[in-house]
Design a protein around this ligand. Structure first.
Ligand code: BES
Ligand code: MN
Ligand code: ZN
Length: 497
């Protein structure tokens, strides 16, 4: 899809913004005059108020060279931030893309909190995020099911500033889509080695990418991670992506660590059948870290960042690990496996330790589709956040808010921590009681964070993918790409020089 910025444009559809109280903004008013007041009349007839998310479609307008006009609500102008411009672009592009139009003209505006260039760039970014689809395996799409949109012209005075702004942020969209694709890919295609192969390709952005196989992890003593992959015919992998954006390439980095279970059957503690296919998305944390590393490298962030993803497949098998097994981690601590379905924390135990042991980071942030319990708490709206540092937690909350990837902090504490003590090993991998499941998962990971290291854990089990309908304009598919934007912004605002 072509994106242009220009002072004027032509297309089969023209989209304009309207604010609360059915208030057309400047370009809408100009268009309304051309149509002899048809837009204002249509707004009245349809009881269109300009509320955020509302859309009014006017066909074959007189006096305008376009097949349709879309009036899209952005709500209260005092509250319209970047997300409002993104949703405007997304809603318009989705509409046209799904109804046969090929060329869309987006009229952007100067908003209370956004310059014209900012609003226009965000509208273009929103449009691209909104038309995302995962059609790779659909061979029988009818012509009317295929995307039709080919070109978007964002119209504003002074298009050059908008274009350069957009170009700076454009890889972020690619990064979100990279993560969405990874989450959506079927597990027979995306197994650990294939995931690692795709990450190796990120070297084109200037990342150093190295891949460890089972033999190397064996040498390092990563038996918790390896234990999860034992039942799988596919080799487990650990991928390390390095971005050195500081003049001092050896300055302590930030580590981003991701859970990458390419399929989670539960192992010997087998999950029930219905819905198990969703567990192809159990690598959403690894996808978010990978997408963020792409975005960070593409914009040459002034920070040292290391991304570590543990990639395994959790399968039942004659050689799979059992409940009752005790494994030794790279940290030296031992774990009694009581449930092979609590596998994410096992691989993260070794992955976060590896990150600290090999890369000496100041801060570790891990992302994982860790617990069904976080969906019970927060649904599919917020990710669960756990942290040992209030400053870091605050920065993560702010970044999530700004990027439309919100998080909600949950507690940690000794009362929870002691629930994973085991009489047979240093700890067990479940508490045994069906209570505070997400906190227990976080407390487990915390045992592998070294003293003095700042740490946050995001449980993204509810947000890495979502049940339909996909009517949120910016999240048009099952896989959301959650985390890429949050991490990219967090690095930019908290960790860059
Ligand atoms: N991958 C799952 C968590 C999950 C559930 C992610 C639903 C997305 C949607 C994780 O490995 C798991 O199975 N967790 C168990 C933990 C339990 C055994 C303590 C769970 O949540 O049931
Ligand atoms: Mn599991
Ligand atoms: Zn899992």
């Amino acid at each position: 899809m072509d994106i242009k910025f220009a002072a004027e444009g032509r297309g089969d559809a023209i989209a304009v913004m309207a604010a609360d109280k059915a208030q057309l903004l400047a370009s809408g008013q100009a268009l309304d005059a051309k149509t002899n007041g048809a837009i204002a009349k249509a707004m009245q007839t349809a009881r269109f108020t300009g509320a955020s998310g509302q859309m009014l479609e006017i066909f074959s307008p007189v006096g305008v060279d376009a097949a349709r006009i879309l009036v899209i609500g952005v709500g209260d102008l005092e509250r319209a931030e970047g997300a409002a411009a993104e949703k405007f672009g997304a809603a318009a592009a989705r509409k046209v893309n799904g109804s046969g139009g090929e060329k869309l003209v987006l009229h952007s505006e100067t908003l209370t909190h956004l310059t014209a260039a900012e609003a226009a760039a965000r509208a273009a970014i929103g449009a691209r995020l909104g038309v995302y689809r995962f059609d790779a395996y659909r061979t029988k799409l009818k012509p009317e099911q295929k995307p039709s949109l080919q070109e978007i012209t964002v119209v504003l005075d002074g298009p050059a500033a908008a274009r350069s702004r957009y170009e700076k942020e454009s890889t972020l969209v690619e990064a979100v889509h990279f993560a969405r694709d990874l989450v959506a890919e079927p597990p027979n295609v995306l197994y650990p080695a294939e995931f690692a192969r795709r990450l190796k390709e990120l070297e084109r952005f200037g990342l150093e990418v190295s891949v460890l196989g089972e033999a190397e992890m064996e040498k390092l003593g990563m038996h918790a991670l390896l234990g999860v992959g034992r039942g799988s015919a596919r080799e487990s992998q650990l991928v390390v992506m390095r971005w050195k954006g500081l003049r001092n390439a050896n300055a302590q980095p930030i580590a981003l660590v991701g859970k990458g279970v390419t399929f989670d059957t539960g192992g010997i503690s087998l999950k029930p059948g219905p819905g198990m296919e969703e567990m192809k998305g159990d690598m959403g944390g690894a996808a978010a870290v990978s997408g963020a590393m792409m975005a960070i490298a593409a914009r040459k962030a002034k920070a040292n960042v290391v991304g570590v993803v543990g990639l395994v497949e959790n399968m039942p098998d004659g050689d799979a690990q059992r409940p009752g097994d005790i494994v030794k981690t790279m940290s030296g601590q031992t774990i009694e496996i009581q449930n092979t379905d609590a596998e994410g924390r096992l691989l993260l135990a070794d992955a976060v330790w590896y990150a600290q042991d090999q890369h000496n980071p100041t801060t570790v942030i891990d992302l994982a589709t860790l617990t069904g319990a976080v969906i019970v708490s927060l649904g599919h709206e917020y990710a669960g956040l756990f942290a040992n540092d209030d400053d870091l937690a605050g920065a993560i909350v702010a970044a999530g808010q700004a990027e439309g990837e919100p998080v909600w902090r949950l507690p940690l504490g000794p009362a929870y921590d002691k629930m994973i003590d085991s009489p047979f090993a240093d700890m067990k991998n479940i508490a045994g009681k069906p209570a505070a499941g997400s906190i227990i998962g976080a407390s487990f990971i915390k045992r592998f964070i070294k003293d003095g290291v700042k740490w946050a854990h995001l449980d993204i089990a509810g947000t890495a993918w979502k049940p339909g309908p996909y009517d949120d304009p910016l999240h048009p598919s099952w896989a959301t790409g959650y985390g890429v934007r949050l991490l990219n912004r967090l690095i930019a605002h908290k960790f860059e020089d």
